[in-house]
Each structure stands twice: as C-alpha cells, then as structure tokens.
Design a protein around this ligand. Structure first.
Ligand code: CTP
Length: 212
C-alpha cells in the first residue's frame, strides 16, 4: 500500500500561558485531500494543527500538533516512509523568541515582540528528497501568483505546488471554496477554477497522484 503524509491546519506559536500567534487556516483543504486519498486506497497519515474538524475516517494515523516545531518533528519522523508528502498546513514562519512563563501584564506604552524564524519543513524535505518521492507544497499569495509559486517550486525542490490567491475573501483561506493554479517541475501549468475544497481535492489528486 502506498503511503501519503499530509499536513493541515494552522500552527500556534505560544507567547505566554494564555496567548499565541496563529493564522486563519481552517484545515479544510488538507483534510479534504486526506479524505480523498484514503478513498483511493492510500495509507494516509494526517498531521494536523489545531482545527475544528473531525479527522476523516480510515486514516492510517492521525497526529495532532500545535507549534511549527512540533509539526516539524512529526513530519520529520514520518517523511522517509512516505511515497508522497503534501504540505497543506499554514505553518508559522516566525515564533516568539521568548515564551513568557507567566501571563504578560499590560503596562503603559507599546510592547515589542521579538520573533525568530521557524524551520522551513517543506524546504528541508526538498533538500533531502529521496528518488521516487513526490513532494507537494502550497503557496498562499496576495500578488504575482504564478511568479511566486514558480520560485517556491524551484527553491524548495518540489514536484508540484498548489498556488492560491489569498487576497479574496470569498475563496482560499478560511473559505469552503477555492481556485488554484497547479504547477509542476516539468513546466505544466493547470488552472483549477472555483470549486468546493472537497471537489478541488479530488482534482488535485487526479493530477498529482498518477505520478507515484
Ligand atoms: N511551510 C513549511 N514550513 C514553514 C513554512 C511553510 O513547510 N515553516 C510550507 C507550507 O506548508 C506550504 C509552503 O511551505 O506548503 C508555503 O511556503 P512558504 O515559503 O512559507 O510560502 P508562504 O507561506 O506563501 O510565504 P512566503 O511567500 O513568505 O515565503
């Protein structure tokens, strides 16, 4: 049985015991991909940040994580065994340098937060991709969708990238629907018009999975 590793949802980067930095990802796209892959007979491992969704039925494994660092180690431990890895998660690029042990109290004036980079999980996977492994990333863009996606595809050594415009409120991030541009390393560019994410997941897999 072929194995697929999928990440989904946002990450949370703690500031203090009651606060975190996160983003608007709902996990819907990644969960839809995981459900579609199980229906095709793949052994699916879903690594998920905190979301309000029920894990799809018939997963091989479900791993709940919170931070980018936790997601990185969960993915690292499982990536070598995967025939395909799809990073659909909206992983934080930055985390607070210091996590306060106690709740941060307000005081007069402004508060500066110092942030440091998190590991680029997908970039690390790309730099040590084994032959035959299919690596798929997502790109969330607000401008120059195609140019930025092409750059990410190359830079991260991906086989496919799913690029979506997140500047519109009615699609993409935190929406039921999306439209995406699929790009692969061979130069194919495939436009998938606006559709529910469940339908889009089927179309994405139709294009990428026959390659495994
Ligand atoms: N990603 C990751 N690890 C991170 C950040 C992102 O693996 N620390 C993955 C995401 O899961 C997604 C892709 O990388 O598949 C997004 O690439 P990224 O370079 O972060 O692009 P954007 O989030 O679109 O941001 P930017 O343009 O600032 O690079």
């Amino acid at each position: 049985m072929k194995r697929i590793l999928i990440s989904a949802g946002p990450t949370r980067e703690r500031l203090d015991p009651v606060r975190f930095l996160s983003n608007r990802s709902t996990g819907r796209m990644g969960y839809a991909l995981a459900a579609a892959a199980t229906r095709r007979g793949w052994a699916v491992t879903l690594v998920s940040g905190p979301v309000a969704l029920e894990p799809p039925p018939a997963l091989a494994e479900f791993v709940a994580v919170e931070s980018a660092a936790e997601m990185a180690s969960a993915i690292r431990e499982r990536a070598a065994a995967a025939d395909c890895v799809i990073m659909a998660a909206a992983v934080a690029d930055y985390r607070p340098v210091r996590v306060a042990a106690q709740k941060i109290r307000k005081s007069p004036g402004t508060l500066m937060l110092e942030l440091e980079r998190t590991e680029d999980i997908l970039g690390s996977l790309g730099s040590r991709k084994r032959p035959g492994q299919l690596l798929v990333g997502f790109a969330a863009e607000t401008e120059e969708l195609r140019a930025h996606a092409e750059d990410k595809l190359r830079r991260k050594n991906l086989d496919w990238i799913v690029a979506n415009d997140v500047s519109r409120a009615d699609r993409g991030f935190a929406s039921e629907n999306n439209e995406v541009l699929l790009l692969n390393a061979r130069g194919d560019r495939i436009w998938l018009p606006l559709a529910p994410k469940t339908e889009l997941a089927e179309q994405i897999l139709n294009h990428i999975l026959p390659e495994v």
